[in-house]
Design a protein around this ligand. Structure first.
Ligand code: ATP
Ligand code: MG
Length: 391
């Protein structure tokens, strides 16, 4: 029955040019989310964003798509009446209630807004008269101004907008309104959630995945591509850089103390991720690390890993418990893919007893055992990386 949606966003902190950029990014993201499901028109009118639907469209599918767009606070299916004549409005409200609520046994309240303060009725008068009109039409309806089951909004602008439902959106900021960052995406539970959370703040995402063929399989890589695809529903297209890490790992394995392998490997991952980030205009790195989750995520280990980065490293899960991360991964539908049991390059060359309190000086010393061959291997890994465009 609805031919349009009113899109509400949180305007806190949005002023002047920021507001304009925010709205334009939001409109772009909404258009993208709907482009494969119909010929929708998305437009700004008097400081609000409306989605106008084609004659035939799937309501559920449309709402589901809008629920993947960061920046939307509320999605309100709305009836637009191309008139502000009060008799037309009364008639339209009557029809709206009849179409939307087969059973009229509910409490309600009318809230009205008028844009033109010269409109013949004040907002309270609009509320009172529409309320009386509805009580007259549908005797089962009852007014409750404090705790109504249905809050009917009537907004008189250049057209009249009637709605009674607020469907919660994702919140956050539209992707693309806040630059780009590089996600270190493994096949695990945490990193896809970390990417989702940073994208929620309006940041576009590219990703890097380190694989170690033949120790890690093609299926393990496909799993990461699948995860990137799942989060791209929210983040938009992702350039996934797949880096062959095998020779680097083998060389570290040969030269360095085995209890320090994971940390040294992680340091090389960060160095390589940062160099790809710089080359592609990303302004920070993102990881799925959380304090204390594993040996490589103690404060000492995080300090040792962080030390090689000059870019900010964003770790949105740093204070989360595993269960909290799992809940988000279920919500964004990455969990089932993340738990598929394929090997990760970090777990292949892992020591039985990795250091949990690495000393940065000692780690840096161990790295000195690597000759300039390591630079050549890094260079080679960068030159041979594969870029998969995921969307
Ligand atoms: P996740 O669930 O994200 O795999 P994890 O709990 O397994 O995390 P680690 O293996 O210590 O933790 O990895 C920490 C972070 O390092 C990951 O969240 C991810 O951002 C990055 N990372 C780990 N392995 C890889 C990889 N093979 N490719 C890209 N990034 C990786
Ligand atoms: Mg992992």
């Amino acid at each position: 029955m609805y031919k349009a949606f009113l899109i509400k966003y949180s305007e806190i902190g949005l002023k002047g040019k920021n507001k304009y950029l925010f709205e334009n990014s939001l409109i772009n993201q909404i258009k993208k989310s709907l482009e494969n499901i119909g010929d929708f028109r998305v437009a700004k009118s008097q400081g609000r964003i409306y989605v106008e639907c084609p004659d035939i469209y799937d309501y559920e599918e449309t709402v589901a798509a809008l629920k993947t767009v960061f920046g939307i606070a509320w999605i309100c299916p709305v009836k637009i009446v191309e008139s502000i004549d009060f008799e037309d409005i009364k008639q339209a409200v009557g029809e709206f209630i009849d179409n939307r609520y087969a059973d009229k046994n509910f409490t309600f309240k009318v809230e009205a807004k008028r844009e033109d303060k010269k409109y013949p009725l004040t907002s309270p008068q609009i509320c009172a008269q529409i309320g009386a009109h509805l009580l007259n039409l549908y005797p089962d309806m009852k007014v409750d101004v404090h705790n109504p089951q249905v809050k009917l909004m009537v907004e008189v602008r250049s057209n009249t907008y009637i709605y009674s439902e607020n469907i919660k959106g994702l919140g956050g900021m539209p992707v693309g309104s806040n630059g780009k960052a590089m996600l270190l995406l493994s096949g695990g539970i945490d990193s896809p959630v970390a990417g989702y959370m940073i994208a929620k703040r309006g940041v576009a995402i590219d990703a890097v995945y380190f694989h170690a063929p033949p120790y890690t399989s093609e299926r393990a890589k496909q799993k990461v591509v699948d995860l990137a695809k799942l989060i791209s529903k929210y983040t938009g297209p992702i350039n996934l850089h797949v880096v062959n890490f095998t020779d680097i790992q083998l060389y570290i394995y040969e030269e360095c103390p085995h209890d320090e392998l994971t940390i040294i490997m992680r340091r090389y991952m960060m160095r390589i991720a940062e160099s790809i980030a710089k080359e592609t205009g990303a302004l920070g790195l993102i990881t799925g690390e959380s304090i204390g989750q594993v040996a490589s995520q103690t404060l000492e280990s995080l300090a040792a890993t962080n030390e090689v980065c000059t870019m900010p490293v964003y770790r949105p899960l740093i204070g989360f418990d595993k269960q909290e991360i799992v809940e988000i991964s279920e919500k964004i539908n990455t969990y089932e893919t993340s738990i598929l049991p394929y090997e990760d390059c970090c777990t292949i060359f892992v020591a039985k007893h990795p250091v949990t309190k690495p000393n940065i000086k000692k780690i840096a010393n161990s790295e000195k055992r690597l000759s300039e061959k390591i630079d050549e291997l890094v260079e080679e890994a960068l030159n041979t990386k594969e870029v998969i465009k995921v969307k």
